[in-house]
Design a protein around this ligand. Structure first.
Ligand code: 8IG
Length: 277
């Protein structure tokens, strides 16, 4: 396409970690913050957390940083933010997730996480809006992610990279989150490719194989985070019951509305968790 800048990650010969290091360097210059100790990817409904966590030191359009692309979804924010927490640590806030369903490949999906690792982050907090399989969950419920099932049949890792995924969603960090809200439930996140929602039969399959949450983002990112040596905390905002769990058809507008309704409460929750991480 004329006038569209090439993303270096689309070059099959590109070294995705080198691109992430370059992105982290650009980010350090653009934000004036040399090192980010922790990082957050804010999915549907979670954007408010960034304002509540601390003082925004800098905000950069993601497209100004190498390897990032503009978000494909209305309601997603396309910026990278540096926020100073009350204790002086800096959090990198990634409001520009690239989803697998966009079809740009796993390197672009993993780029935010890899950039966070290259920027110094030891803890990666992955949040999302998702569908719930536990029938007692109401829209607006937050669940910790305890584990995942990756149904994309893909991996962000290249070559013979055999990475252990035991305790991928660190039980240590889930315990920290529960010191803020002891009532937080947890569940197994099942990543589908999307962008269509599941059929009720697929949701029943996800349930039968041990899933509690259905989504389109987090599993691949979590794998990349583990490869990069980060501890992962995963949080899902259940914006809707998964297809067939309730009789209601799913709509993106409803998902956005549930996110709006929940955003102040879950933003506060995440900000309170952040200072304890
Ligand atoms: I928000 O019901 C949201 N994201 N796969 N299924 C899947 N992703 C989702 C859903 C859902 N709701």
């Amino acid at each position: 396409m004329v006038g569209v800048t090439q993303n270096p990650l689309d070059d099959p010969n590109a070294d995705s970690k080198a691109v992430a290091r370059a992105a982290a360097e650009q980010l350090a210059i653009a934000t004036g913050v040399a090192r980010h100790e922790l990082a957050f990817t804010l999915g549907s409904g979670w954007a408010k957390a960034a304002d509540l966590m601390g003082e925004t030191v800098a905000e950069v359009p993601a497209t100004e940083i190498i390897g990032f692309s503009a978000p494909a979804v209305v309601g997603h924010v396309g910026t990278l933010r540096s926020v100073r927490l009350p204790d002086g640590r800096h959090a990198l806030i990634i409001g520009a997730r690239t989803h697998y369903y966009e079809g740009h490949g796993v390197r672009r999906v993993a780029h935010g996480v890899r950039t966070a690792a290259a920027a110094g982050a030891k803890i990666m907090v992955l949040t999302n809006g998702a569908g719930g399989i536990k029938s007692h969950w109401t829209p607006g419920t937050v669940s910790l992610i305890s584990d995942h099932i990756n149904l994309t049949a893909d991996s962000p890792l290249e070559g013979a990279t055999f990475i252990d995924l035991t305790d991928l969603y660190a039980s240590r960090l889930r315990d920290v989150a529960r010191t803020v809200d002891p009532g937080l439930d947890e569940g197994v996140y099942v990543q589908f490719r999307g962008p269509h929602y599941e059929t009720p039969a697929e949701v029943q399959m996800a349930k039968a194989i041990g899933g509690h949450i259905v989504g389109m983002s987090t599993a691949l990112e979590a794998i990349a985070a583990r490869e990069a040596g980060m501890e992962v905390l995963g949080l899902s905002l259940v914006t809707n019951l998964a297809a067939g769990i309730s009789d209601a058809p799913l709509s993106h507008e409803e998902v956005i509305a549930a996110g709006r309704e929940a955003e102040a409460r879950i933003g506060r929750l995440l900000a309170d968790i952040a200072v304890r991480l």
